[in-house]
Design a protein around this ligand. Sequence first.
Ligand SMILES: [Zn+2]
Length: 637
Amino acid sequence: MKLSEVVFFSLLIFCGNTYAQFSPDKTVLSGGAANDYLFPIRPGSTSIITGTMGELRNTHFHAGLDIDTPGVGVPVLSAQDGYISRATCSTGGYGNVLFITHPDGNTTVYAHLEEFKGAIGDYVRRQRYTRKVSEIDLQFSPNQFPISRGEVIALSGNTGGSGGPHLHFEVRNNDNEAINPLVYGFSEVKDHMAPLAFKVALKTLDSKSRINDQFGRFEFSVVRKGDTYSLPYPILASGNIGVEVLAHDKMENTRFRYGINYIDMRVNDQIMFTQTIDKIDLSESRRILTLMDYKALELKGDRYNKLYIDDGNQLNYYVGVEKKSGVVIGDAETPVQISLKDFGGNISKINFTLKPSNPVDETLLLGMMNRPFETEYQENILKLSVKTCLSEKGEIDLWQKGKSTSINAAYKGKNQSVYLIDLRHYLPDSISTCQGSINYSFQDRIPSETDYSYYSDLLDIEFSKSSLYDTTFLAVSYDTLHRKESFKIGSRLVPLHQSIGITLKPRLNYTQSKDLGVYRKEGNSYSYLPADWRNNRIHFSTREFGEFVIQRDTITPSIAPVSVNSTSARLKIRDNLSGISYFEANINGEWLLMVYDYKTGYIKSEKLDKSKPLKGDFELKVVDNAGNEKIYKQKIL
Ligand SMILES: [Zn+2]
């Protein structure tokens, strides 16, 4: 790390406690008046924020500020002079959204709107009628819809993928990166509370490393004293240890949790890691899957922030971090201090000590094993724990294509032995232990950062060079139950960055028709995947490993009227399996705009001319992804 960067970062972290010290980056604020952005919801009143920019979400960094609104219909004001450069209506995602481009080059984004106001509202509605579409994406030139600072542009809503009424407010710079709206120093947002820390996780980063004499990832709850947290006991460690933290920010008087924009870690009093989330490249937001511990996210829903940088991590939040790996344990006790800082400058610290230990063969392994053996994966390492047997000779045999190799335990305790197998060197078909044999369905080793094709009698997979974050070991298995074929492909604990193309080669013969489809199965829920059939082969793309089944959907969607009268037609639609793909309504044979909220199932009409009553023969057609069609008809008097 360069000295200038150390000084800069230290200033950011350790000065004062007000917004002022984060006086916004001058490059961001070029253009003079930009400093004066207006808060878009009830400016001047203290606001409740329900989400911050940079916050960790399951598949992306949250790109804006979520501003709470009491219900829908709160006036949304333009933050600055400019012009509407884009307006989009979509069922999912941002729902109804307006983009306003300002003289400083920034664009502000207002999402999940209930309706657009003024000229833009009329224009978009007319365009939807002209094109006979519910979803639309329009772009505009500077002279079409000029807007002044403080002008009401819309009413707030809950459209798209919104989980409750709020305004999602984003500021994007010239490079289409989201920047933190709080750089504009809005007095409406008050944060005097430091982040809360909950747990620290420690992970062995190679097969030689140990935590409390074991290999793996271990979580430890921290003890709080004010804004300082600690682990009440030292932890034995050797080798190369990755540190992760489970924490979030808080603001006063709300139950919501927020992102932490600045994290640093000092080891032996030296800065070893810094993470600053002040800009989000919107096209790279999915790379969050390398910043969080994906296994903890998938298995428990916990968003642990890694304080080490994996090989596949290409995020640029780590300016000045030279060493990408974890904490290397030497001969002396290693003090570790983590600082967590929110945008308001409030800081929490976590302190703990790693005590050097020499890995021993025989260690104290706590807890009884319930099963004779347990397999766990950590990156390239397969960790196999085997319950001690009387006849034990300590070795296990790894089998690969009819040949075997014996290995000894990496370490053992009173009632179990632990074996570590580096899958980069050995991909076993099966392993025999004193407790019996275990079969593994590994098919191939898939490299990252290169295109790769996997072929077999059962299925083919095309990986692009950006599909994987890291080398993976592909396991595939097949099952058929009640004439329903199921293909288990890879592990759901391995994240994918870009889609992979899968071609299934079913063993059953199908009469092809549109109602036959591929679904990703998760527990008891099925998500439909658009697929192509060719010669009894089925091709589709997915961004998730898991279980895929082939099945038919023969049931039509359901349509239930809620209130259909001269003011509006409001109905509830639903589909049992493949999901709704299309809907269309008309009144007396003329196309009628319907707006669908997939979260609640409600669909309602929006008239071209609001003053005219809805009268005559109303008809709504709903089609699911399997082509099943339902029509609802009613005469409105
Ligand atoms: Zn949001």
